[in-house]
Design a protein around this ligand. Structure first.
Ligand SMILES: Nc1ncnc2c1ncn2[C@@H]1O[C@H](COP(=O)(O)OP(=O)(O)OP(=O)(O)O)[C@@H](O)[C@H]1O
Length: 257
């Protein structure tokens, strides 16, 4: 089966700084791929190029065989690249259900008309998505009342409303308690396993990464220095040195901190 995503020679320079340097990888259908690396390794810059927010200096990104480079972000989103951010993007004054309905209305390009029976629009689909993230019971609660972990689950449902082929998750567990982190990523892994979407995520919590990622890519100073399963990455001496040892083992001069 051909990959969902093919990244070849992806590079980005900011002035003299090579933030992403000749990165190539594939993402298979139904894969849950982690992109890790110390602060400043180039993870966010990579994500910003994958969804069109940043033009690369060089390289190619293909989604199901179609070149994305040069395509505007909104068009890339329409083509099936979704993204969740470190800060949740929900309408706090609306209920959980209304937020998912709004996402479905947008996905199906329907016009939201306050005076029509918008409350009925995509109700079944919205409830099915809330089931997927185990939030049916909270459907009628205003988002302003939700705990942070629940907001993140809602954000996942909103992202899935757009039926992305690929979902980019930017530090999905940032700001969460450890038990909440594991729960959110177990839920996401389950959704991936059920064939709903393929995911690339960045993450600083190594417990989360090793517990759930099918495969891990390690970036350091913009370069892909390792790729493999959790066991392979743990055993990789270079990764241990530059990353798992604390991420500060190499300072700018390459000396040990
Ligand atoms: N718009 C920009 N202009 C100049 N330099 C930038 C810009 N964006 C990122 N950089 C630099 O590029 C490098 C990679 O940054 P990036 O944010 O991609 O790393 P990261 O791996 O996501 O880091 P973190 O884990 O801290 O979020 C860093 O040195 C950063 O300072």
């Amino acid at each position: 089966m051909s990959p969902v995503l093919e990244v070849r020679g992806l590079s980005k320079a900011f002035g003299g700084l090579q933030a992403v340097d000749d990165v190539s990888f594939d993402l298979k259908q139904g894969e849950f791929l982690a992109l890790i690396g110390p602060n400043g390794a180039g993870k966010t810059t990579c994500f910003n190029m994958l969804n069109g927010y940043l033009p690369p200096s060089a390289g190619s990104v293909k989604l199901n065989g179609r070149e994305l480079i040069g395509t505007p972000p909104r068009r890339i989103w329409r083509l099936g690249v979704g993204r969740t951010f470190q800060i949740t993007a929900t309408f706090l004054s609306m209920t959980v259900l209304e937020n998912v309905q709004m996402a479905l209305i947008s996905h199906h390009r329907r016009v939201y008309d306050l005076f029509s029976r918008a409350t009925r629009l995509f109700l079944d689909e919205a409830m099915a998505l809330l089931d997927l993230v185990s939030m049916r019971e909270q459907a009628d609660r205003p988002c302003s009342e939700l705990a942070y972990g629940d907001l993140k689950r809602l954000e996942l449902a909103i992202a899935l409303a757009h039926e992305p082929a690929l979902l980019l998750m930017d530090e999905p567990t940032a700001g969460m308690a450890p038990s909440e982190r594991v729960a959110l990523m177990a839920l996401t892994a389950d959704i991936v396993a059920r064939g709903h979407v393929s995911v690339v995520f960045t993450e600083h919590d190594m417990d989360v990464v090793f517990a759930h990622a099918h495969r891990i890519l390690v970036l350091n100073r913009g370069q892909l220095i390792a790729e493999g399963t959790g066991a392979e990455i743990r055993a990789n001496p270079l990764v241990q040195e530059v990353y798992l040892g604390g991420g500060r083992l190499f300072d700018k001069e390459g000396a040990h901190a």
